[in-house]
Each structure stands twice: as structure tokens, then as C-alpha cells.
Design a binder for this molecule. Structure first.
Ligand SMILES: [Fe+2]
Ligand SMILES: [Fe+2]
Length: 165
């Protein structure tokens, strides 16, 4: 059992926030390594931009925690641990530059989809619970994650996958 109590939607909302907080903090540490592994300049710059966005997303979660008087620390998101571990496994492979970039995009998109799912749920809970400010902040991050995913998709479709053939 991870939490003392999980009786109400408020408890579940808190659990979701803690999970996202851990996920984002893990990403701030993991993304720089992924950026330096990227060979394509657009991919590298895209990941670097997302590092700055991720730091801002951590700050948004901290703001929500402060406003709602919740301590979001102390939990580890195991799913993100696994996604990052798989990404690191990929980076240790002996791949050509194009294949490595395509693999980095694949790993990054898995991460983005996980975050999109988490923020979608958390924003919905925040709205249901009447936490309007929290819902706004969570939606801002959700949109950033969606945009990051779209950009990765465009890179994959227009350039990298063609080069890896
Ligand atoms: Fe994020
Ligand atoms: Fe993200």
C-alpha cells in the first residue's frame, strides 16, 4: 500500500500529483543525457527546449502543492523509472546515428504519452473537485506535453524515419 488512505477523489488527486511530481523530477535529470545522445540538431534542440519546459512543469506542480497545502515529495513514479531505464538501454546500443535518433524519438514519445495520460486525468480530477487554479496549471502542462509529442511526431515522419530506412 502506497498511501495511508485512499478514500476520496481528493486522496486520489493527491496521489496523481505526487506521481507526476516524481515523474517530472526524474525527467529533469534524464533529459540532458537524451539531448546529448541526439545526433540531429532539431531533435537535440527540441529535447533541450523540453528540459526547460519540464523545469517549469515541476514549478507548476510545486505551486499546486503550495496552494492546496499538499506535500508532493516522497513518492517514486515507477512507470517513469521504467521508461527512463528503457531509454537509457537504447542509448547504450551500438546504432547508426539515424537509427539512434529514431530510437530516441520512440522513447521520448512513450514518455510524452505517459505524461499526457497523467495530466489529462489530474486536470479532470482538479475540475471535478473545484480546484480551478490547479486545473488551469495542469492544462497548461498538458498542452505543452501534447505539443512536444506533436513535434516529435513531425520529426519522425518528415525526416528521421526516412533516413533510417
Ligand atoms: Fe513533463
Ligand atoms: Fe514531457
Amino acid at each position: 500500500m502506497l498511501f495511508d488512505k485512499l478514500e476520496t477523489l481528493d486522496d486520489l488527486f493527491e496521489m496523481q500529483l505526487k506521481d507526476l511530481y516524481s515523474a517530472e523530477q526524474q525527467l529533469t535529470k534524464a533529459l540532458p543525457q537524451m539531448a546529448s545522445a541526439a545526433k540531429d540538431g532539431r531533435l537535440r534542440r527540441g529535447i533541450e527546449r523540453h528540459i526547460r519546459e519540464t523545469e517549469n512543469q515541476v514549478a507548476r506542480l510545486e505551486q499546486i502543492g503550495k496552494n492546496l497545502q499538499l506535500d508532493l515529495s516522497g513518492h517514486t513514479c515507477k512507470a517513469m523509472e521504467g521508461l527512463i531505464a528503457e531509454g537509457q538501454e537504447t542509448m547504450s546500443e551500438n546504432a547508426t546515428e539515424e537509427v539512434m535518433d529514431a530510437a530516441l524519438i520512440a522513447a521520448s514519445q512513450r514518455i510524452e504519452h505517459y505524461e499526457i495520460s497523467g495530466y489529462g486525468t489530474a486536470a479532470h480530477f482538479a475540475e471535478r473537485l473545484g480546484h480551478t487554479d490547479a486545473a488551469d496549471l495542469l492544462r497548461q502542462t498538458l498542452e505543452e506535453e501534447q505539443l512536444a509529442d506533436t513535434k516529435l511526431n513531425d520529426l519522425a515522419k518528415n525526416y528521421l524515419n526516412a533516413k533510417a530506412e
